[in-house]
Design a binder for this molecule. Structure first.
Ligand code: MSP
Length: 510
């Protein structure tokens, strides 16, 4: 079986991880967990991007060798993963030999095929963006846009990759593969970009200017341009593992879609005769007061602060519930608290507490069998019969925020069902009909909770496992079968209580 191979972008090892980096890992993990549930053989890769100007400059600033600097920063990114409950199968560093070997092979191969050539370059260079600039990149008043930092005029011999030669092929490929980029409107942007003629890509940097990179196999006087090196990680990590390449999805932020992932990468693969990935998922940005969260702006939130305060489940839940994949979202501590309190603590937490508490009080802690379903039960079951397939379809289409909204609406409906049945009243009555209703209501709320958890587990895996645990339940191997309303919990002994989402001591740190 071909693996479902999913990757995140590899983070620049030039500073600490922030909330934007954490989001990408969480989103990719949610997709990975969901696909595993659906029966796919998932391979999930993440890692760090360690060469290039930015890393070299950051290491110099710290006064330590770049490798030592990368070791530290990469370890920090790696340590974040278990704290966010990320289930990656591998972690690649571009300074590893397994990666460098493949980059050199591909470069040599493209050089031998004539797709890499040497030429004199005369023009402008932005050190901050590690990019050659053209006249068209200037502001209308002739100055250079802020994002380029200091721009210098240079003349130097360099190696170029024949992008232009493949432009027509790429346009045709994108027209034939309309779903290559998700969301679709981003694919349109790629095609817009390709309306202008492409320039060949400069893929070398003279060693005098940049030492920290992979030397070109055919000219040791140069190192490889960082993007040409970094993109190859997706392939180098799995080249020795049969059945994984091509990637199913590369999950990346919208800032690195055009041109690196949607133009350079497909053309590099095409030129090297390597099969293309099936698709790219480009997510939006986490903003703070309207501007992109980033290290350089100084408005970055440390994800670990939130995880320590609220737990990994609440953190994951918020990011996935709040963000519509592809669009931007503003992070505010207020909104975090609202969702934490109303959706997790009050809605889900309340259903858990009521189920445990009432089963303990009225049924000796054992989930009873349900009697015949009457109207309130039927209504809830009908809502479930709609909710489950809708949520599966939404998750298949990466609409996780909408799936969570519907799942939570089902939890709300279950709480409303409990109000309507009022087991605490039924428990006071000795009438046999009321006793049957009481058992039915206890069985119904427990089953509804089990089902909601099955739809939530890829987002809040820790809480889901705990809830299943207090219900005395271990889910079976086939997830889709778990979504059928039934009587799987009948006879289970439940725990008396579970504190899942305690009220925080203080509001979320801004
Ligand atoms: N090293 C390159 C990627 C190479 S992939 C072969 C890079 N690194 S990065 O550290 O700058 O960004 C890593 C990922 O985090 C990117 O996908 C980027 O879009 C994402 N994010 C960085 N800031 C972000 C937000 N504020 N919000 C959401 N994600 C953003 O680019």
């Amino acid at each position: 079986m071909k693996a479902f191979y999913i990757t995140t972008a590899i983070d620049y090892a030039n500073g600490s991880p922030h909330l934007g980096h954490a989001y990408e890992k969480v989103l990719t993990d949610v997709i990975a967990r969901f696909r595993r549930q659906m029966g796919d053989q998932v391979h999930f890769l993440t890692g760090t991007d360690e060469h290039g100007q930015k890393v070299q400059a950051s290491a110099r600033k710290r006064g330590i060798p770049p490798q030592q600097f990368c070791d530290e920063v990469s370890a920090e990114f790696r340590a974040l993963l278990p704290k966010l409950a990320i289930t990656n199968d591998d972690f690649i560093r571009t300074t590893e030999e397994r990666h460098k070997r493949v980059v050199r092979q591909i470069l040599q191969d493209l050089f031998d095929r004539g797709d890499i050539y040497k030429a004199e370059y005369q023009g402008f260079y932005s050190t901050r963006q590690e990019q050659f600039l053209q006249e068209k990149d200037r502001n209308p008043d002739g100055t250079w846009p802020e994002i380029f930092g200091e721009v210098t005029a240079i003349t130097e011999a360099n190696y170029f990759f024949r992008l232009k030669k493949y432009q027509g092929w790429l346009v045709e490929f994108l027209q034939q593969n309309e779903r290559f980029v998700f969301p679709k409107y981003r694919q349109t942007q790629v095609l817009e970009f390709l309306k202008e003629p492409l320039n060949d890509l400069c893929i070398s940097r003279p060693r005098e200017r940049l030492e920290w990179g992979i030397p070109l196999p055919f000219d040791e006087g140069y190192v490889t341009y960082v993007w040409f090196d970094a993109l190859v990680n997706y392939y180098s990590a799995v080249v020795d593992r049969p059945g994984i390449w091509p990637a199913t999805y590369h999950v990346i932020g919208k800032d690195i879609l055009v041109p690196p992932h949607a133009v350079y990468w497909p053309i590099m693969l095409k030129a090297a005769g390597i099969p293309l990935p099936e698709g790219i998922i480009a997510h939006g940005w986490w903003l703070q007061r309207g501007s992109k969260m980033s290290k350089s702006t100084g408005n970055a939130l440390n994800p670990l602060d939130l995880v320590e305060q609220f737990g990994a489940d609440a953190f994951r839940y918020f990011l996935i519930r709040e963000m519509n994949v592809g669009q931007d979202s503003d992070f505010t501590p207020e909104q975090f608290l609202v969702r934490y309190n109303s959706e997790l603590a009050n809605n889900l937490g309340n259903l858990v507490n009521r189920t445990l508490n009432m089963t303990t009080r009225f049924s000796g802690g054992v989930i009873p069998p349900a009697g015949e379903a009457a109207e309130p039960e039927r209504e809830l079951q009908e809502l479930w019969a709609k909710t489950a397939p809708e949520c599966v379809a939404l998750c298949e289409g990466f609409q996780f925020h909408a799936a969570l909204e519907r799942t939570m609406a089902f939890v709300t409906a279950t709480n409303a069902y409990i109000e309507r049945r009022a087991p605490w009243k039924l428990g006071k009555s000795a009438a046999p009909a009321d006793q049957v209703l009481l058992r039915t209501s206890l069985a119904t709320m427990a089953e509804a909770l089990r089902l909601a958890v099955a739809l939530l587990q890829h987002v809040i895996p820790g809480a889901a496992a705990k809830i299943n645990g207090v219900l005395g339940y271990s889910p079976g191997g086939v997830w889709r079968e778990e979504l059928a309303w039934g009587a799987r919990l009948s006879g289970n002994k439940v725990a008396e209580a579970l504190v899942l989402f305690p009220r925080p001591a203080a509001p979320a740190k801004p």
